[in-house]
Write a protein of this length. Structure first.
Length: 224
């Protein structure tokens, strides 16, 4: 096994251990118990803090919509490959869970959803479908690029929300959810590398384009 593959495998093990404490965070929204942390939103935020919280949830919800449609596009092409189709389906199932939780967070915190939902669906499906047509390695390269950007974005959000933690019980739970989802996304990244994303034709160009598109999408959803 190459050094890169050993590193990816080891990273998955580290992530699995590190996220144990926050693994149940999303389950609070899906399975209960329901309480102030899952039902209420802070009332004592400044206008700037309120907008920052709303923007964070709006971007994350839009991102999960796009991720679902990326995997839907990939699965439409790769479902006939038992091994790769199963991998894509497993990652897609996690994204479905993420979106279900983000939908609840959007309602809880009365965050304005993005006006670009339909764009996110179409662009996501197109990206997933097109990269899968290029081959399973290109589909994994797409996942690698997307999850690299999303992992960094979640890290930024965790830092931004830290100062709000003392203001309401819902914020520490929100940070735990984001931390859990970040670790899921990094696991997807490692899975993509393990399954030869870097063997994709024109890997550097492909991942640079996808990463750039993700960065633009984050900024657009922050505003609209």
């Amino acid at each position: 096994m190459s050094l890169l593959l050993r590193q990816a495998s080891r990273s998955n093990s580290i992530i699995a251990c590190a996220r144990t404490a926050s693994t149940m965070a999303s389950s609070r929204y899906l399975d209960g118990p329901q309480d102030a942390a899952t039902l209420e939103t802070p009332k004592n935020l400044s206008a700037k803090q309120k907008e920052a919280l709303s923007a964070a949830i709006r971007i994350d919800q839009a991102g999960e919509i796009a991720a679902n449609w990326i995997y839907k596009g990939q699965y439409a092409v790769l479902s006939s490959d038992p091994k790769t189709g199963t991998i894509v389906q497993e990652m897609w199932d996690q994204e479905k869970k993420h979106l279900a939780v983000m939908d609840k967070l959007q309602i809880q915190h009365d965050a304005r959803p993005t006006a670009l939902t339909e764009v996110a669906k179409i662009a996501g499906f197109g990206l997933g479908f097109a990269t899968a047509l290029m081959g399973k390695e290109a589909a994994m390269a797409c996942t690698e690029a997307v999850e690299t950007v999303i992992g960094e974005h979640y890290d930024d959000q965790l830092r931004d929300l830290e100062l709000m933690e003392p203001l309401h019980i819902s914020i520490p739970l929100l940070r735990d959810v984001i931390r859990e989802f970040r670790d899921d996304e990094l696991e997807h990244l490692n899975t993509a590398v393990y399954h030869h994303s870097q063997r994709a034709p024109h890997h550097a160009l492909l991942t640079t384009i996808v990463e750039g598109g993700c960065q633009i999408a984050i900024q657009l959803c922050k505003r609209f």
